[in-house]
Design a protein around this ligand. Structure first.
Ligand code: T1G
Length: 697
């Protein structure tokens, strides 16, 4: 028996303990070990029943995704599940931690299931562009019916075993030592003369065929418009579960699974899963001795500051909020309190927790209050002088070794760090607003930064449930640079003939959460305008410059907050509507430059925007701003609305073929030879026959 599955007989019960840390993923060795353990238990006359459990922190959290794309080694999980189900001796699955995907299917193939009260169960496969492929779509509806089992499969979110929706799957919730409880449960079965109870024979979930069909029909409508394919396949499989025999249903499921697992969507979603985990592995963490962070200081109670306060309170940090004066402080604390009250009113937060959080926030107007802060995040307006002043004051009051973080999006972090006596403890943080709802945070690591400071900030970000992404250098932000490149490609197309509205429509159709011009309007045009004028004063920037944004600003169209930008925003259309005035303004700009308008297809718009992002991504890799292509994908998927099922721009480039993207860039050069010049990496990848994924190793 491989060491991944232990075999012990205790009181006539064979205990198969899976040992494949960290999450007992069901890889080839685990499957082989389980099959051998099962056969041994069946053959052993001393054994009257079998218990399957996970050693360590959890019951198996799924099949081993690192094996995807390869032909699985025998035994395959569906076959193993059938073998467990056919066992002539009762099999009990004892669940703790997170029994997910193939792990939950393993449990469903057992005859009985017990679970620790804090255990969770679920089918996350849909978040990976696939479906439960080891009998989940056939066994779960037999136990729970179509509605609940489909909701579990279509949401992809795990549920606690104490929830009523989990009851059909769990025979007993236990509170003591799991193995002891499992052996007692199995012996209890034997004492009651209870034997195997194959799930395939259960028809409880089919008791009300009309309700079953209604649930199918309803969810077919719900998933019909989803861009990802797996949800529709899941509904068909659960429908088949009631219509076909068990084995036919299993074959139906297998065929659908094979189709999905080979799809680009599945490859993209799997890529994002591992990219999220790779992103947090900063080189600085090796050997670092990060400062323990108990108290966090936030300077500035504006939208950004308040979001950071809320995120830190949720992670149970003590927070000191510094505002410039009493009225501003009361206003910030009032808004934070109001937000938590709304959470309570919406049932998303218990009143007691709100009170606890408000107890852990200390509002002050004097920096001296930060004399015990372990880490301070400055979130004042993005004005260099104001930020330098804040860091100068912080340096005078914070404890030695405290980590100082600036949220500047435009200024040089190293320059701000010079205001302190310990520049090595100063880092940058790029996080969208509202910060408490963002999933990704860019960590700007200047060359002089200390590994301990980086490790401390990464630790805090993981505690406030952010995916930290490393950004090298002291000035750039990955997301902002990528969005700017996409926006420039879009502006060139608008000046040459299309409209901002067609560009946004095309990029929404591509799957982006919003188009580049909607994003500009949301973020405001004023800052970009100011930056362009500052750059123009420093001499004509290289390449073709499109001044449509400047024309809009000259006309007072500064974006959504100003009621109009590329779109008009008013009570009639709070989300914005097209404005013929903008079209007229663009037409006038073309005429002033003698440009003949030419139509551009939606496909071409998407290709140009993607090519611009990929080329910019390649540039950020060359400059060492981004550590690897998958980091860029994580920022774009979580921070800039790039569709997760496309994997991010760098993954999308690999699925299309970097050579094709390179050819596209070269073919666009007539439009702007400076902007559209392919990065050298395209040639080296081509020569090596590789894609960007090769740079993720
Ligand atoms: N396969 C391989 N590695 C996995 C894994 C998996 N299923 N799940 C986690 N890991 C690795 C992960 O990459 C990381 O590695 C380490 O474990 C800790 O994970 C037939 C085909 C369980 C909730 O989708 O959701 O079954 O970075 O950092 O935050 O129907 O991991 O340390 O090297 O995420 O505590 C279905 C995926 C698979 C669950 C724990 N299962 N995992 O979260 O730790 S498809 C899933 C999770 C399937 C069948 C189909 C989470 C977690 P490293 P972590 P965590």
């Amino acid at each position: 028996m491989g060491e991944t599955v232990g075999y012990e007989v205790k009181e006539g019960i064979a205990v198969l303990a899976i040992r494949n840390p960290p999450v007992n993923a069901v890889g080839a060795d685990v499957r082989k070990g389980l099959a051998e353990g099962l056969r041994r238990g069946i053959a052993d006359p001393q054994v009257a029943a079998i218990v399957i459990l996970g050693a360590g922190r959890t019951f198996p959290a799924g099949s081993d995704m690192r094996e995807f794309g390869e032909t699985p080694a025998d035994p395959w999980l569906p076959g193993l599940c059938n073998e467990i189900e056919a066992c002539p001796k009762p099999v009990v699955a004892a669940i703790h931690g997170t029994a997910l995907g193939g792990g939950f299917e393993l449990a469903l193939s057992a005859h009985y299931r017990i679970a620790s009260e804090r255990a969770r169960i679920g089918f996350p496969e849909v978040t990976l562009g696939i479906l439960p492929g080891a009998g989940g779509t056939q066994r779960a509806p037999r136990l729970a019916g179509a509605a609940d089992s489909l909701d579990l499969m279509l949401s992809g979110r795990p549920i606690g075993v104490t929830r009523k929706e989990a009851a059909p799957y769990i025979d007993q919730i236990v509170h003591g030592d799991l193995e002891t409880e499992a052996i007692a449960f199995a012996r209890g079965l034997l004492a009651q003369g209870k034997g195997p109870r194959p799930t395939r024979d259960c028809r409880k979930g089919f008791d009300d065929p009309a309700a079953y069909q209604r649930a199918i029909t309803l969810r077919k409508e719900v998933v019909a418009d989803r861009p990802d394919r797996a949800p529709g396949e899941i509904v068909k499989c659960v429908e088949a579960a009631e219509l076909l025999s068990f084995d036919m249903g299993m074959a139906f499921e297998r065929a659908a699974f094979e189709d999905c697992v080979r799809s680009d969507q599945a490859a993209s979603l799997r890529h994002v899963f591992f990219a999220e985990r790779r992103a947090a592995k900063f080189p600085e963490l090796d050997g670092a001795r990060p400062r323990r962070v108990a108290q966090v200081g936030i300077v500035g109670g504006g939208t950004a500051g308040r979001g950071l306060v809320l995120a830190c309170l949720e992670a149970e940090f003590d927070v000191v909020l510094i505002e410039r004066n009493g009225p501003a402080l009361r206003d910030s604390l009032g808004k934070i309190n109001a937000y938590l009250d709304r959470q309570v009113a919406q049932g998303r937060l218990r009143g007691q927790l709100r009170d606890e959080r408000m107890m852990r926030i200390h509002g002050k107007t004097d920096f001296v209050a930060l004399s015990e802060a372990d880490l301070v995040i400055e979130a004042v307006a993005d004005d260099l002088r104001e930020k330098e002043q804040v860091f100068y004051q912080l340096d005078a009051v914070v404890p030695e070794g405290a980590v100082l973080v600036t949220t500047t999006m435009r200024h040089d972090v190293s320059r701000i760090a010079k205001q302190t006596g310990d520049p090595g403890s100063v880092l940058g943080l790029g996080i969208g607003t509202p910060a408490h709802l963002q999933r990704v945070a860019e960590v700007i690591v200047p060359s002089e930064a200390s590994a301990d400071a980086v490790a401390a900030l990464v630790g805090v970000l993981r505690q406030i449930r952010k995916i930290p992404v490393r950004v090298g250098g002291a000035t750039a932000h990955i997301g902002r640079a990528m969005a700017d490149a996409c926006r420039h490609a879009a502006e060139l197309m608008v000046e040459d003939g299309t409209t901002p509205y067609l560009v946004d429509e095309a990029m929404r159709a591509y799957g982006m959460a919003m188009g580049p011009f909607e994003r500009l309007d949301r973020d405001g045009l004023r800052e970009d305008w100011a930056l362009r004028r500052a750059m123009a004063e420093r001499g004509a920037p290289e390449g073709r410059q499109v001044a449509i944004l400047d024309r809009l600003c000259e006309a007072g169209r500064f974006g959504k907050a100003a009621g109009k930008g590329y779109y008009i925003y008013d009570s009639e259309s709070p989300q914005g509507r097209k404005d013929p005035e903008v079209i007229a303004l663009i037409r006038a700009e073309r005429e002033s430059k003698g440009i003949q308008a030419q139509g551009i297809s939606a496909d071409e718009i998407q290709r140009r925007c993607l090519a611009a992002m990929v080329n910019e991504g390649a540039r950020l890799l060359r400059l060492g701003v981004a550590r690897c292509p998958s980091d860029i994908d994580v920022v774009m998927v979580h921070g800039y609305g790039f569709p997760r099922w496309r994997g991010g721009p760098m993954k999308a480039a690999d699925l299309i073929g970097p050579r094709i993207i390179q050819r596209d860039i070269e073919s666009f050069a007539a439009q702007d030879g400076v902007f559209w010049s392919p990065e050298p990496v395209f040639d080296s990848l081509f020569k090596a026959g590789q894609g960007f994924d090769a740079l993720n190793a």
